[in-house]
Design a protein around this ligand. Structure first.
Ligand SMILES: NC(=O)c1ccc[n+]([C@@H]2O[C@H](COP(=O)([O-])OP(=O)(O)OC[C@H]3O[C@@H](n4cnc5c(N)ncnc54)[C@H](OP(=O)(O)O)[C@@H]3O)[C@@H](O)[C@H]2O)c1
Length: 325
């Protein structure tokens, strides 16, 4: 019996391993079903390397069993380099979509792209500030230039870089404009260019990220809440406008999800203050916990999928049970 190489030992092969080529293994086991075999094999090899042995059969089977809802579909995700956006990108890549990540920081972009590439090679990053019309136009053009179409747009980018301002009567007017630009105008700008592509295709799905703050209205979040409630109304109105073009538009309304944005609220607090704030987020909802971004991702993926084909103009709330209206 031949000696295993160190690489094979690390991967847990046994001395009796028989090498296979993946398509034969899949065919021999009758696993291919209706899924595009060559495409699946390429994805498996991109993720796991070229070597395929008998012992890996259960792992391969598990990989092939993933529901390939979005094969050959193209998804553009603003704010796709962090938090909720990155979780959505990974979820949709796992389901076969080609992914475009967009955000301002190239460094974050390349780091996030590496994570998505570990799932699928069909992903790019486009440096974009969603408050800049020419950058948004470029983002949509580059998407179509690279992948030939645009099926789904998750308009999710936002920041709260200007919310650490004093109370309303002390706030500079400029902070209002900045917050409105990044939380509301950006969503309109993205849709303006995305819809132009989708109308020509006669199909498309758009999901815009709102926030629980739009519904519960607490002190200190006035402008953010107003902008995010604008996202809900904008989505509903545009859903009416484009329904007959085969385009569905919904908003996604998160409660508290553990992301860098939420974590920024904990910065500079003492350990006791951190614990108290964490408990506040948890106590606030019926489930008594902060959301996992993967839970957000599966809702957004559902909104893009055919499983929600009769859903448009809706604001889908995922808050662990805060808003019961
Ligand atoms: N996490 C929560 O609990 C929560 C609750 C309610 C609503 N939300 C909403 O959910 C969305 C995602 O938030 P998150 O928590 O996932 O935040 P996050 O982890 O901070 O991610 C925000 C993303 O948006 C990008 N971004 C920020 N400003 C941008 C701009 N001007 N142009 C382009 N990209 C920009 C960021 O990348 P760059 O910095 O590189 O640009 C990053 O990729 C936001 O709309 C947020 O308001 C979150």
């Amino acid at each position: 019996m031949r000696q295993l190489t160190p690489h094979e030992r690390r991967r847990g092969y046994s001395p009796g391993s028989t090498r296979h080529d993946l398509p034969s293994l899949v065919r021999a086991n009758g696993w291919s079903g209706a899924k595009p075999l060559r495409w699946l094999c390429n994805r498996y090899i991109a993720k796991n390397g070229l070597e395929v042995v008998e012992e890996q059969a259960p792992k391969i089977k598990e990989f092939l069993d993933v529901d390939m809802k979005f094969t050959e579909k193209v998804a553009l995700i603003t704010g796709g380099t962090s938090g909720i956006g990155l979780a959505v990108a990974k979820n949709m890549a796992e389901k076969g979509a080609k992914i475009v990540l967009a955000s301002r920081s190239e460094e974050k972009g390349h780091k996030a792209l590496k994570e998505v590439h570990a799932i699928s090679p069909d992903a790019i990053f486009i440096e974009t500030d969603v408050t800049q019309s020419n950058r948004v136009e470029h983002m949509v053009k580059e998407t179509v230039k690279t992948f030939g179409r645009l099926d789904f747009a998750f308009n999710n980018a936002a920041n709260i870089e200007v919310t650490a301002s004093p109370s309303t009567h002390e706030s500079p007017e400029e902070s209002y404009d900045k917050l409105m630009d990044v939380c509301l105008k950006s969503v309109w700008l993205c849709m303006k260019y995305e819809l132009a592509v989708m109308v020509n295709q006669k199909s498309g799905g758009i999901v815009n990220t709102s926030s629980m703050d739009a519904l519960i209205c607490s002190a200190g979040t006035a402008v953010y809440a107003a902008a995010k409630s604008g996202v809900i109304v904008l989505s509903k109105s545009i859903a009416q406008e484009y329904g007959r073009d085969g385009i569905r538009v919904n908003s996604f309304c998160p409660g508290a999800f553990m992301t860098p944005m939420l974590a920024s609220h904990f910065e500079g607090l003492s350990p006791e203050e951190k614990k108290a704030l964490e408990n506040k987020y948890k106590d606030f909802n019926a489930l008594g916990r902060i959301g996992d971004t993967r839970e957000a991702a599966s809702i957004v993926a559902w909104l893009f999928s055919e499983d929600s084909s009769y859903v448009t103009g809706q604001n889908i709330i995922a808050d662990g049970g805060i808003c019961f209206a």
